[in-house]
Design a protein around this ligand. Structure first.
Ligand SMILES: Cc1ncc(C[n+]2csc(CCOP(=O)(O)OP(=O)(O)O)c2C)c(N)n1
Ligand SMILES: [Mg+2]
Length: 413
C-alpha cells in the first residue's frame, strides 16, 4: 500500500475568483509556515518525489521577527547581504523615477517590479557570471547585478538614438548581450522554451553555462509552459524554471490559472524537483536558487520553483487596478515588503541603520537622476531624435523577404 495522499478536487467556487473585489475587504489566509518547517535536502542526491513537501510548503529564511533561521539559511556574509539590499533599493528608486518620467510624457510606457525586487536580484546573485538570463519584463533587476550602465538602460526606455535596440522594442523590454540578458519578448511565455533550448545546447557542448528563466502565473497557463517543461523533463538540461506567482495577471486572479492550488507542485508531474519559495524573502530566494545551481553543478539538470509574491503596483503604466482589486490589497499581503524585510534584518544584525538607509537612498536617487539627464541628451520622447525608420528593416532578417523589401521601397529607405 502506498502512502495516503490528499485527494485534490477543483473547487468550483474558487476558480477564477479573486479574494476580494474593490468593494470587499481584502482577504489572505495568514501564513503559518516557519523557516524551521522545511529541511534542506542534499541537492546532489535529491529526486523529484523527495521535494513533495517543498513543493507544497513555503521555503522561508527570514522569520516574522526578522531573524535568519532554519536549514535554508544561506549564512550570507554581511557585504553580500548589503549589496543585495542596495540593488533592490536602486531598482525601486529607478522604477519610481521612470514612472514619473512616463507621467510627464518623457517615456511612452513603463512597468515596475514593485514588491518583486528580491526575485531577479537574489537569483542572479546566486548564479555564475557565465549563466544566461531569460527574463520577463518583471526581472530588469538582474541587470543591476550584472553591472549594466544606467544611461544605457534609460536610453532604451526612452527609445532615443542611443537605444541599443533602436526603438524596435517597447520600453522595459531590455536586451543586453554583454550581460547574457536575453531580449524580453512582448508575447508572454516564449522565454521558457528558449531557455531550455539554450540549456540543452550548453549541455551538448559540455559548457558550464546554466540558464534561468521566469514566467508569470498567468502566462504559465499557456501551452508554451507545458511544451517547455516537457523538454526539461526529458532532456534534464541545466535550467532553473521559475514561476512568479504575484497573484495577478493584469486583472485576472491567479486562481484562474491554478483553481486555487499551487504552481510549484506542477513540476512534480514532470519528475523535476520543485521548491515553493517566499518571493519577498531575499535570503530564501537566494538559497533556493543556490540549491538549484548546485544541482546543475552536479549534472542533475532542472529545478522548478514558484516564487510566491504580490504585485504591489499596477500591471503597467496603462493599468488601473482600482477597478478590479481593493485599493489597499497590498497592505494585507502576509509576505510584507522585500526591501523592508531585508533592511529590518540588517538593522537587527547590527550592520545597517535608518540613517545609512536614508543616506544610500539619496546617493542612488542622485545617481539615477544624473544618468537620466545624461540619457536625454541623446533624445527624448517628446522631441527626438529617434532611431531612423529604416531600422525597422535592418538587422531583423538575414535575407529580407520580398514582401518586406516591397514595404521598404515604399517607405523609400
Ligand atoms: C501571448 C500573449 N498573450 C497576452 C498578452 C497580453 N499580456 C501582457 S502581460 C499579460 C499578463 C501576464 O500576467 P502574468 O503572466 O501573471 O505576469 P505578470 O505581469 O503578473 O508578471 C497579458 C495577458 C501578451 N503580451 N502575450
Ligand atoms: Mg502575475
Amino acid at each position: 500500500m502506498g502512502e495516503q495522499r490528499e485527494v485534490i478536487t477543483a473547487d468550483p467556487y474558487i476558480v477564477g475568483k479573486p479574494p476580494a473585489r474593490p468593494d470587499g475587504k481584502p482577504k489572505f489566509a495568514a501564513w503559518t509556515e516557519k523557516p524551521s518547517d522545511l529541511s534542506r535536502p542534499n541537492p546532489t542526491t535529491c529526486s523529484a518525489p523527495d521535494t513533495h513537501d517543498h513543493a507544497h510548503g513555503l521555503i522561508r529564511v527570514l522569520s516574522d521577527a526578522g531573524d535568519a533561521e532554519g536549514e535554508w539559511n544561506p549564512e550570507m556574509d554581511d557585504a553580500t547581504l548589503l549589496e543585495g539590499l542596495g540593488y533592490m533599493m536602486k531598482l525601486r528608486i529607478f522604477d519610481d523615477r521612470m514612472i514619473k518620467m512616463q507621467r510627464t510624457g518623457k517615456l511612452s510606457f513603463y512597468m515596475r517590479s514593485l514588491g518583486e525586487e528580491a526575485i531577479a536580484i537574489a537569483q542572479t546573485m546566486a548564479l555564475k557570471e557565465q549563466d544566461w538570463i531569460f527574463p520577463t519584463y518583471r526581472q530588469p533587476g538582474a541587470q543591476f547585478v550584472r553591472g549594466r550602465d544606467l544611461v544605457s538602460m534609460i536610453n532604451h526606455c526612452v527609445g532615443n538614438i542611443e537605444d541599443n535596440v533602436k526603438g524596435r522594442q517597447m520600453p522595459v523590454h531590455y536586451t543586453w548581450k554583454e550581460g547574457r540578458f536575453i531580449s524580453i519578448s512582448s508575447p508572454v511565455g516564449t522565454q521558457f522554451s528558449q531557455a531550455i533550448g539554450v540549456a540543452m545546447a550548453s549541455a551538448y557542448k559540455g559548457l558550464d553555462e546554466a540558464c534561468i528563466t521566469w514566467i508569470g502565473d498567468g502566462a504559465s497557463a499557456e501551452g508554451d509552459y507545458h511544451y517547455a517543461v516537457n523538454f526539461a523533463s526529458t532532456f534534464k538540461p541545466p535550467v532553473i524554471l521559475c514561476i512568479v506567482n504575484n497573484q495577478w495577471a493584469i486583472s485576472t486572479h491567479q486562481n484562474l490559472a491554478t483553481g486555487g492550488r499551487n504552481f510549484a507542485a506542477r513540476g512534480l508531474a514532470y519528475d523535476i524537483p520543485c521548491l515553493r519559495v517566499d518571493g519577498n524573502d531575499f535570503l530564501a530566494v537566494f538559497a533556493a536558487t543556490q540549491w538549484a545551481r548546485q544541482r546543475i553543478d552536479a549534472g542533475l539538470g532542472p529545478t522548478h520553483m514558484e516564487l510566491y509574491t504580490y504585485r504591489t503596483g499596477p500591471h503597467s503604466s496603462s493599468d488601473d487596478p482600482s477597478v478590479y482589486r481593493h485599493a489597499d490589497e497590498a497592505d494585507y499581503w502576509p509576505g510584507g515588503d522585500p526591501v523592508e524585510r531585508l533592511k529590518q534584518h540588517a538593522i537587527k544584525k547590527g550592520i545597517w541603520s535608518e540613517e545609512k538607509h536614508s543616506a544610500l537612498e539619496k546617493i542612488l536617487d542622485d545617481e539615477i537622476m544624473s544618468a537620466y539627464k545624461e540619457a536625454v541628451k541623446n533624445g527624448d520622447l517628446a522631441n527626438g531624435p529617434y532611431p531612423p525608420a529604416s531600422t525597422i528593416f535592418t538587422e531583423v532578417y538575414e535575407e529580407i523577404p520580398w514582401h518586406i523589401q516591397e514595404q521598404r521601397e515604399e517607405l523609400g529607405k
